[in-house]
Design a protein around this ligand. Sequence first.
Ligand code: P6P
Length: 332
Amino acid sequence: MLEFLSEKYTSLRNDAQLSNLIQNIAKSCQKISNLLDKGDLNNVLGKSENINIQGEVQAKLDIIANNIIINENNFIGSLAGLVSEEMDCFYKIPDNYKTGDYLLLFDPLDGSSNIDVNISVGTIFSILKVHRKIKNSKELISNDFLQPGINQIAAGYAIYGPQTSFVISLGNGVHSFILDKEEKRLVLTNESMKMPKDTNEFSINSSNSRYWDKFIYNYVQDCLRGSDGPLSKNYNMRWTGSMVADVHRIITRGGIFLYPWDSRNPNIPGKLRLMYEANPMSFIVEQAGGIASDGNKRILEILPNELHQRASVILGSSNEVNRLLDCYLNTY
Ligand code: P6P
């Protein structure tokens, strides 16, 4: 994998910190994939006793995957700190390890409620750079992480499905690899993933429809009306409960993914987290030719003010996202 990336991104050839970090993130995902393969043979399924900052009961594997990513990356000298969906505060590199220039923000096991029923889950990661010289991680503060998504140096995900795929972008296209478990290596399968501009497939948790904004509700109703309605074509619907799986499908064959604001929690923009779900996935979607908006602005331009802040997410095939934003948002 690194051979291809170093060829594609000359900057990577001279940046040992970044190339080591990407290599070790991939290695972490391979470890998580191997663990998932065994399912309950390792007695790792089910819930833990812990509640995370999101107020969610952590799956045992949420904690295990979180610790794999920390322990595979905290000692390599590339990082000044880490932020995880599963940890309230940011993680400082221990004093006995060398501090680096990069920040790793991640969701160790996205969609973990799917694990116990053997449905695809994933790992999402986002790499930022510290914008000041950090001699040791004691100097790190939350603000060092609070950068807009356009600042991402790299972003990507692993999807643990029928195959384990590793998908990454460093800003010049989206590159996908499949984990060859016999050879224990990642094999390039697509140098530059490009999603179709049009789609007839939408992805939303429709059980929340009575809580949606009118423009979302009317758009989905028109999708359901199919060729009898104003959109004049029939739509299909997919919702896996794992953002990684839904977005991977959309990048592969097109689609529109929505997790919008809803009236149950009017003071928060949506369920998904900006720094380690919406931003990395939006970076990948844009690099694959799609659009990612929170309904008001480009997600990558949101200026974060807290590590675990949430965002409303509308992303996918450009013509479909534009139709929603141009024809529905401004009408209802
Ligand atoms: P719901 C998983 O918990 C997650 O954060 C995303 O991966 C997924 O798209 C969404 O939440 C599913 O939410 O409300 O449908 O269970």
